[in-house]
Design a protein around this ligand. Structure first.
Ligand code: HEM
Length: 80
């Protein structure tokens, strides 16, 4: 599986590229075709980042990711 950095993920925020990606627990999901992530926005959340810590705010569980393809792995960041 291909690894992507946080900055590569950030380009898939629904504004800069056609692809829309979201990272969750180290995996990157392609939500480009979801009507609920149009333009990279999902309620008050934005694509192009790791939203693992935000899931507890959602009215749903992680099973929402089941139907999406994993397109890569989020590279471990050494940024401070
Ligand atoms: C205020 C916070 C949030 C609200 C109100 C919200 C609401 C919803 C609703 C109503 C749905 C569709 C029905 C369902 O599957 O239950 C949905 C789907 C989804 N949510 Fe959230 N959500 C929130 C946060 C998040 C977060 C933080 C993530 C990522 C970690 C996320 C990822 C998803 C995904 C991937 C889907 C599936 C989209 C699809 O099937 O096209 N949501 N959300």
């Amino acid at each position: 599986m291909k690894e992507y950095t946080k900055s590569q993920l950030a380009l898939r925020n629904g504004q800069d590229r056609d692809e829309i990606w979201v990272a969750f627990r180290g995996q990157i999901y392609d939500v480009t075709h979801s009507r609920l992530w149009r333009d990279g926005k999902h309620y008050e959340h934005w694509a192009g980042q790791d939203l693992t810590d935000e899931l507890p705010d959602a009215p749903h569980t992680e099973t929402v990711f089941d139907k999406f393809e994993v397109v890569g792995i989020l590279a471990v960041s050494h940024e401070l």
